[in-house]
Design a protein around this ligand. Sequence first.
Ligand SMILES: Cc1cc2nc3c(=O)[nH]c(=O)nc-3n(C[C@H](O)[C@H](O)[C@H](O)COP(=O)(O)O)c2cc1C
Length: 261
Amino acid sequence: MSSKNSIKSTLIVAFCLCVVCSIIVSGTAVVLKPRQDANRILDRNKNILAAAGLYDSAVNSDSDVDSLFAQFTTRIVDINSGELLSETELENLGLDAGSYDQRLIMNDPELSEAISSEQDQANVKRRALYQTIYFVEDDSGLETIVLPISGYGLWGILYGYIALEGDANTVKGLAYYELKETPGLGAEVRNPRWTALWPGKKVYSDDGSVGLAVVKGAGTGDYEIDGLSGATLTSRGVDDMVKYWLGDDGFGPVLKSVVGP
Ligand SMILES: Cc1cc2nc3c(=O)[nH]c(=O)nc-3n(C[C@H](O)[C@H](O)[C@H](O)COP(=O)(O)O)c2cc1C
Protein backbone atom coordinates (compact mmCIF):
# COMPACT_ATOMS: atom_id res chain seq x y z
CA MET A 1 0.00 0.00 0.00
CA SER A 2 1.46 3.41 -0.98
CA SER A 3 1.88 5.89 1.89
CA LYS A 4 -0.83 8.07 0.25
CA ASN A 5 -3.43 5.33 0.67
CA SER A 6 -2.41 4.35 4.17
CA ILE A 7 -4.94 4.49 7.02
CA LYS A 8 -2.82 7.17 8.68
CA SER A 9 -2.98 9.46 5.61
CA THR A 10 -6.73 8.93 5.31
CA LEU A 11 -7.23 9.86 8.96
CA ILE A 12 -4.99 12.94 8.62
CA VAL A 13 -6.92 14.13 5.54
CA ALA A 14 -10.29 13.48 7.28
CA PHE A 15 -9.08 15.32 10.41
CA CYS A 16 -7.80 18.31 8.41
CA LEU A 17 -11.08 18.45 6.49
CA CYS A 18 -13.05 18.44 9.76
CA VAL A 19 -10.91 21.23 11.22
CA VAL A 20 -11.24 23.39 8.08
CA CYS A 21 -15.01 22.81 7.87
CA SER A 22 -15.56 23.55 11.55
CA ILE A 23 -13.52 26.77 11.25
CA ILE A 24 -15.64 27.82 8.25
CA VAL A 25 -18.93 26.95 10.00
CA SER A 26 -18.08 28.60 13.33
CA GLY A 27 -16.51 31.60 11.55
CA THR A 28 -19.68 32.08 9.50
CA ALA A 29 -21.84 31.77 12.63
CA VAL A 30 -19.73 34.43 14.41
CA VAL A 31 -19.77 36.78 11.41
CA LEU A 32 -23.53 36.41 10.91
CA LYS A 33 -24.48 36.67 14.62
CA PRO A 34 -24.78 40.49 14.70
CA ARG A 35 -26.92 40.39 11.56
CA GLN A 36 -29.12 37.64 13.03
CA ASP A 37 -29.53 39.62 16.27
CA ALA A 38 -30.42 42.76 14.31
CA ASN A 39 -32.98 40.82 12.24
CA ARG A 40 -34.47 39.29 15.38
CA ILE A 41 -34.93 42.74 16.92
CA LEU A 42 -36.31 44.11 13.65
CA ASP A 43 -38.86 41.29 13.48
CA ARG A 44 -39.81 41.72 17.13
CA ASN A 45 -40.27 45.49 16.72
CA LYS A 46 -42.27 44.96 13.53
CA ASN A 47 -44.64 42.69 15.44
CA ILE A 48 -44.99 45.14 18.31
CA LEU A 49 -45.93 47.77 15.71
CA ALA A 50 -48.28 45.34 13.95
CA ALA A 51 -50.05 44.50 17.23
CA ALA A 52 -50.53 48.22 17.83
CA GLY A 53 -51.91 48.67 14.29
CA LEU A 54 -48.95 50.87 13.35
CA TYR A 55 -47.37 48.62 10.72
CA ASP A 56 -49.11 47.46 7.57
CA SER A 57 -47.01 45.17 5.39
CA ALA A 58 -48.94 46.39 2.32
CA VAL A 59 -47.77 49.95 2.95
CA ASN A 60 -44.67 49.77 5.17
CA SER A 61 -41.33 48.09 4.68
CA ASP A 62 -38.47 47.05 6.98
CA SER A 63 -36.82 50.42 6.49
CA ASP A 64 -39.80 52.10 8.22
CA VAL A 65 -39.57 49.98 11.37
CA ASP A 66 -37.00 52.06 13.28
CA SER A 67 -38.75 55.38 12.72
CA LEU A 68 -42.20 53.93 13.51
CA PHE A 69 -40.85 52.16 16.59
CA ALA A 70 -39.46 55.47 17.89
CA GLN A 71 -43.04 56.34 18.93
CA PHE A 72 -42.82 53.73 21.67
CA THR A 73 -41.47 54.19 25.16
CA THR A 74 -39.98 50.93 26.40
CA ARG A 75 -40.50 50.22 30.10
CA ILE A 76 -39.66 47.30 32.33
CA VAL A 77 -42.18 46.22 34.96
CA ASP A 78 -41.98 43.99 37.99
CA ILE A 79 -44.77 41.57 37.11
CA ASN A 80 -45.42 40.62 40.73
CA SER A 81 -45.76 44.11 42.18
CA GLY A 82 -47.12 45.68 38.99
CA GLU A 83 -44.64 48.56 39.39
CA LEU A 84 -42.77 50.21 36.54
CA LEU A 85 -39.05 50.12 37.37
CA SER A 86 -37.18 53.41 37.66
CA GLU A 87 -33.77 54.05 36.08
CA THR A 88 -32.15 53.54 39.48
CA GLU A 89 -33.94 50.24 40.08
CA LEU A 90 -32.89 49.05 36.63
CA GLU A 91 -29.28 50.06 37.32
CA ASN A 92 -29.32 48.19 40.63
CA LEU A 93 -30.58 45.10 38.83
CA GLY A 94 -28.00 45.58 36.06
CA LEU A 95 -30.74 45.83 33.42
CA ASP A 96 -30.97 48.15 30.45
CA ALA A 97 -34.48 48.72 29.05
CA GLY A 98 -33.19 49.02 25.48
CA SER A 99 -31.26 45.78 25.32
CA TYR A 100 -33.01 43.63 27.97
CA ASP A 101 -34.45 40.46 26.47
CA GLN A 102 -36.72 38.62 28.88
CA ARG A 103 -36.58 35.44 26.84
CA LEU A 104 -32.81 35.16 27.27
CA ILE A 105 -32.93 35.18 31.09
CA MET A 106 -35.62 32.53 31.46
CA ASN A 107 -33.26 30.07 33.14
CA ASP A 108 -31.64 32.65 35.40
CA PRO A 109 -33.04 32.02 38.92
CA GLU A 110 -32.33 35.65 39.92
CA LEU A 111 -34.38 37.09 37.08
CA SER A 112 -37.09 34.50 36.47
CA GLU A 113 -39.42 32.28 38.46
CA ALA A 114 -41.35 29.06 38.10
CA ILE A 115 -45.10 29.43 37.69
CA SER A 116 -47.08 27.11 39.93
CA SER A 117 -49.18 24.54 38.07
CA GLU A 118 -52.40 26.05 39.52
CA GLN A 119 -51.52 29.44 38.07
CA ASP A 120 -49.88 28.32 34.84
CA GLN A 121 -52.90 28.71 32.60
CA ALA A 122 -50.69 29.54 29.60
CA ASN A 123 -48.60 26.41 30.23
CA VAL A 124 -45.25 28.20 29.97
CA LYS A 125 -43.72 26.83 33.21
CA ARG A 126 -41.52 29.91 33.92
CA ARG A 127 -41.69 33.64 33.48
CA ALA A 128 -39.36 36.61 33.69
CA LEU A 129 -39.73 38.63 36.89
CA TYR A 130 -39.15 41.79 34.88
CA GLN A 131 -41.15 42.14 31.69
CA THR A 132 -40.74 44.63 28.88
CA ILE A 133 -43.86 46.55 27.92
CA TYR A 134 -44.32 49.37 25.44
CA PHE A 135 -46.33 52.58 25.56
CA VAL A 136 -47.38 55.12 22.98
CA GLU A 137 -48.35 58.42 24.56
CA ASP A 138 -49.87 61.48 22.93
CA ASP A 139 -50.92 64.89 24.24
CA SER A 140 -54.04 63.43 25.81
CA GLY A 141 -52.09 60.73 27.66
CA LEU A 142 -51.61 57.02 27.20
CA GLU A 143 -52.72 55.91 23.76
CA THR A 144 -51.45 52.34 23.43
CA ILE A 145 -50.02 49.67 25.74
CA VAL A 146 -48.30 46.64 24.19
CA LEU A 147 -47.74 43.56 26.35
CA PRO A 148 -45.76 40.41 25.56
CA ILE A 149 -47.77 37.19 25.71
CA SER A 150 -46.77 33.56 25.33
CA GLY A 151 -48.45 30.23 25.79
CA TYR A 152 -48.56 26.66 24.63
CA GLY A 153 -50.58 25.84 21.53
CA LEU A 154 -50.48 22.37 20.03
CA TRP A 155 -46.80 21.93 19.07
CA GLY A 156 -45.03 24.45 21.22
CA ILE A 157 -45.06 27.91 22.78
CA LEU A 158 -46.44 30.78 20.73
CA TYR A 159 -44.82 34.17 21.36
CA GLY A 160 -46.53 37.41 20.52
CA TYR A 161 -47.85 40.76 21.62
CA ILE A 162 -51.27 42.08 22.49
CA ALA A 163 -51.91 45.80 22.20
CA LEU A 164 -54.54 47.61 24.24
CA GLU A 165 -55.87 51.13 23.99
CA GLY A 166 -54.98 53.63 26.71
CA ASP A 167 -58.03 52.51 28.72
CA ALA A 168 -56.26 49.13 29.21
CA ASN A 169 -59.58 47.49 28.40
CA THR A 170 -60.00 47.69 24.60
CA VAL A 171 -57.95 45.50 22.30
CA LYS A 172 -55.98 47.26 19.56
CA GLY A 173 -54.47 44.15 18.03
CA LEU A 174 -52.62 40.89 18.37
CA ALA A 175 -49.48 39.68 16.58
CA TYR A 176 -47.50 36.46 16.96
CA TYR A 177 -43.85 36.50 15.92
CA GLU A 178 -42.82 32.93 16.76
CA LEU A 179 -44.76 29.68 16.79
CA LYS A 180 -44.52 26.03 15.88
CA GLU A 181 -48.16 25.53 14.86
CA THR A 182 -49.09 23.93 11.55
CA PRO A 183 -49.30 26.22 8.51
CA GLY A 184 -52.93 26.43 7.38
CA LEU A 185 -54.19 25.26 10.82
CA GLY A 186 -52.78 26.66 14.07
CA ALA A 187 -50.45 29.06 12.25
CA GLU A 188 -53.57 30.87 11.00
CA VAL A 189 -53.26 32.90 14.21
CA ARG A 190 -51.02 35.07 12.01
CA ASN A 191 -53.59 35.38 9.24
CA PRO A 192 -54.57 39.07 8.92
CA ARG A 193 -58.21 38.02 8.41
CA TRP A 194 -58.16 36.44 11.89
CA THR A 195 -56.14 39.12 13.65
CA ALA A 196 -58.61 41.67 12.19
CA LEU A 197 -61.26 40.17 14.51
CA TRP A 198 -59.45 41.47 17.61
CA PRO A 199 -59.42 45.30 17.49
CA GLY A 200 -62.28 46.81 19.47
CA LYS A 201 -62.94 43.74 21.62
CA LYS A 202 -63.18 44.35 25.36
CA VAL A 203 -60.92 42.65 27.89
CA TYR A 204 -62.50 42.93 31.35
CA SER A 205 -66.01 41.90 32.37
CA ASP A 206 -67.93 43.94 34.92
CA ASP A 207 -66.63 41.72 37.74
CA GLY A 208 -63.01 42.51 36.73
CA SER A 209 -62.24 39.05 35.35
CA VAL A 210 -60.93 38.61 31.80
CA GLY A 211 -64.02 38.28 29.61
CA LEU A 212 -62.06 38.34 26.33
CA ALA A 213 -62.31 34.82 24.93
CA VAL A 214 -61.54 32.79 21.83
CA VAL A 215 -64.58 30.55 21.45
CA LYS A 216 -65.25 27.49 19.32
CA GLY A 217 -67.22 28.60 16.26
CA ALA A 218 -68.38 32.16 15.72
CA GLY A 219 -67.72 34.71 18.43
CA THR A 220 -70.42 37.21 19.29
CA GLY A 221 -70.66 40.39 21.33
CA ASP A 222 -67.95 42.61 22.77
CA TYR A 223 -65.72 39.89 24.16
CA GLU A 224 -65.70 36.88 21.85
CA ILE A 225 -63.34 36.03 18.99
CA ASP A 226 -64.09 33.20 16.52
CA GLY A 227 -61.98 30.09 17.14
CA LEU A 228 -59.95 28.86 14.18
CA SER A 229 -61.67 25.94 12.49
CA GLY A 230 -59.50 22.82 12.43
CA ALA A 231 -57.26 24.38 15.07
CA THR A 232 -59.24 24.13 18.26
CA LEU A 233 -56.17 23.30 20.33
CA THR A 234 -54.22 26.36 19.15
CA SER A 235 -57.34 28.51 19.63
CA ARG A 236 -57.65 27.19 23.18
CA GLY A 237 -53.98 27.99 23.74
CA VAL A 238 -54.56 31.59 22.62
CA ASP A 239 -57.62 31.83 24.88
CA ASP A 240 -55.64 30.50 27.85
CA MET A 241 -52.66 32.77 27.34
CA VAL A 242 -54.83 35.86 26.93
CA LYS A 243 -56.65 34.99 30.16
CA TYR A 244 -53.38 34.35 31.99
CA TRP A 245 -51.38 37.37 30.84
CA LEU A 246 -54.23 39.89 31.14
CA GLY A 247 -55.48 38.40 34.41
CA ASP A 248 -54.57 38.99 38.04
CA ASP A 249 -51.63 36.58 37.90
CA GLY A 250 -50.24 38.27 34.78
CA PHE A 251 -50.29 41.94 33.78
CA GLY A 252 -53.55 42.76 35.60
CA PRO A 253 -51.70 44.54 38.47
CA VAL A 254 -49.41 46.30 35.98
CA LEU A 255 -52.38 47.65 34.02
CA LYS A 256 -54.03 48.81 37.25
CA SER A 257 -50.88 50.65 38.29
CA VAL A 258 -50.55 52.26 34.84
CA VAL A 259 -54.15 53.41 34.30
CA GLY A 260 -55.57 53.20 37.80
CA PRO A 261 -58.04 50.62 39.20
C1 LIG B 1 -50.71 17.02 10.86
C2 LIG B 1 -51.68 17.72 11.74
C3 LIG B 1 -51.39 18.99 12.18
C4 LIG B 1 -52.26 19.67 13.04
N1 LIG B 1 -51.95 20.91 13.47
C5 LIG B 1 -52.79 21.56 14.31
C6 LIG B 1 -52.47 22.85 14.81
O1 LIG B 1 -51.45 23.47 14.48
N2 LIG B 1 -53.34 23.39 15.70
C7 LIG B 1 -54.49 22.77 16.12
O2 LIG B 1 -55.21 23.30 16.93
N3 LIG B 1 -54.81 21.57 15.63
C8 LIG B 1 -54.01 20.95 14.74
N4 LIG B 1 -54.33 19.73 14.26
C9 LIG B 1 -55.67 19.20 14.53
C10 LIG B 1 -55.81 18.69 15.93
O3 LIG B 1 -55.25 17.45 16.00
C11 LIG B 1 -57.30 18.65 16.27
O4 LIG B 1 -57.90 17.72 15.46
C12 LIG B 1 -57.98 19.99 16.05
O5 LIG B 1 -57.37 20.95 16.87
C13 LIG B 1 -59.44 19.93 16.29
O6 LIG B 1 -59.97 21.13 15.78
P1 LIG B 1 -61.50 21.22 15.31
O7 LIG B 1 -62.32 20.82 16.50
O8 LIG B 1 -61.71 22.68 14.93
O9 LIG B 1 -61.64 20.33 14.13
C14 LIG B 1 -53.47 19.05 13.43
C15 LIG B 1 -53.75 17.75 12.99
C16 LIG B 1 -52.88 17.08 12.16
C17 LIG B 1 -53.23 15.71 11.71
